[in-house]
Design a protein around this ligand. Structure first.
Ligand code: TLP
Length: 346
């Protein structure tokens, strides 16, 4: 029996088309700017996100770090959500490596930060304060349940950034899930932002890599910072080739992942003892909790599911995340519902 791995869309394996493209990729030394596959991926990415230029990076974490360091100097402040990936799960890189101070504002359940909170958090020009330099949004918002932020909201935050001479960065690790969910282009969702990172290695199923997009000047600064961090790569066109296949063939099908997430949520919501989060699912993530009366603790429940060859992520006390992706089939969805049923209503 195959394992149904719902822990994350990062577990996706490269498709056979990707493996073929990787084997045949034209490559060169990217530190000399001579890798044709990376150059092509960067060109396609910039175009798709509506920006002048793009930079291939090994991970989304490095993409966000490079972006923050390219926007901010030491002691500057970035405004971000208290449930953002950059704040929660990037090992404090922006402060450890960049000396960038963070102002964490409450993420609403829909993944937004209240614009009034943003306005109130912008520092006055006073020597006591750090200088507010950057606002970061996340779309789709992972910890808020894979919810997608609308273009309209992003425009509103972009206007604040312009008025206050700040920059706006989007952690768009799953921006294509947001675009498919809303039936708009990723470029439209990215338009108000000065920079955006997106990931090839999540729902798009490429094995490695993220891309940071922005203006030519910004990407030139980001390029130097990537080098400082040791992220200058050589014949990484092998990876970029898979990324190109991801962008050309794996975006439209994300709607299938969203549909399977809805099917899964539908089945799970009928099982007594399970409570789905309010906005769950909007794209490819389901967040759910177990009622207090259920006699399993979090790890026990994960282990019982694992015995049935179902893997889910534990995200808190009696709280779980299930993520659909290319390798989750309708049969996997049904098996997961059955496994939850048999554990909770034996
Ligand atoms: N998210 C991972 C874990 O780190 C939690 C996951 O399984 O979802 N931004 C967002 C919104 C992300 O969800 C992630 C990865 C990243 C950035 C970082 O990407 P990588 O893993 O490539 O560094």
């Amino acid at each position: 029996m195959e394992i149904v791995d719902l822990r994350s869309d990062t577990v996706t394996q490269p498709t056979s088309n990707m493996r073929r493209a990787m084997a045949q990729a034209d490559v060169g030394d990217d530190v000399y700017g001579e890798d044709p596959s990376i150059n092509r991926l960067q060109e396609i990415s910039a175009k798709m996100l509506g920006k002048e230029s793009a930079l291939f990076l090994p991970s989304g974490t490095m993409g966000n770090l490079v972006a923050v360091l390219a926007h901010c100097g030491r002691g500057d402040e970035v405004i971000l959500g208290n449930k953002s990936h950059t704040f929660l799960y990037e090992a404090g890189g922006i402060s450890a490596l960049g000396g960038v101070h963070s102002c964490q504002l409450i993420n609403q359940a829909d993944g937004t930060i209240d614009v009034k909170d943003i306005l109130n958090a912008i520092r006055p020009n006073d020597a006591h304060h750090p200088v507010t330099r950057l606002i970061c949004l996340e779309n789709t918002h992972n910890r808020c349940g894979g919810v997608s932020l609308s273009a309209q909201y992003t425009v509103e935050v972009g206007q604040i950034a312009r008025q206050k001479s700040l920059s706006l960065h989007i952690d768009g690790a799953r921006i294509f899930n947001a675009a498919v969910d809303q039936g708009v282009s990723a470029a439209e969702l990215a338009a108000p932002a000065d920079s955006i990172t997106f990931c090839l290695s999540k729902g798009l199923s490429a094995p490695v890599g993220s891309v940071l997009c922005g203006s030519k000047d910004f990407i030139a600064r980001a390029h130097r910072i990537r080098k400082q961090l040791g992220g200058g790569m050589r014949q990484a066109g092998i990876l970029a080739a898979a990324g190109i296949v991801a962008l050309e063939t794996m975006i439209d099908r994300l709607k299938e992942d969203h549909q399977r997430a809805r099917d899964l949520a539908d089945g799970l919501s009928k099982i007594p003892g399970i409570k789905l989060d309010t906005y769950s699912p909007q794209t490819n993530m389901i967040f759910l909790s177990l009622d207090d009366g259920i006699p399993f603790d979090t790890q026990e429940f994960v282990s019982h599911l694992a015995e049935r060859k179902i893997r889910v992520g534990a995200t808190g006390s009696r709280r779980f995340r299930l993520v659909t992706h290319y390798w989750i089939t309708d049969e996997g969805v049904q098996r997961t519902i059955e496994a939850f049923k048999s554990l909770l209503n034996p």
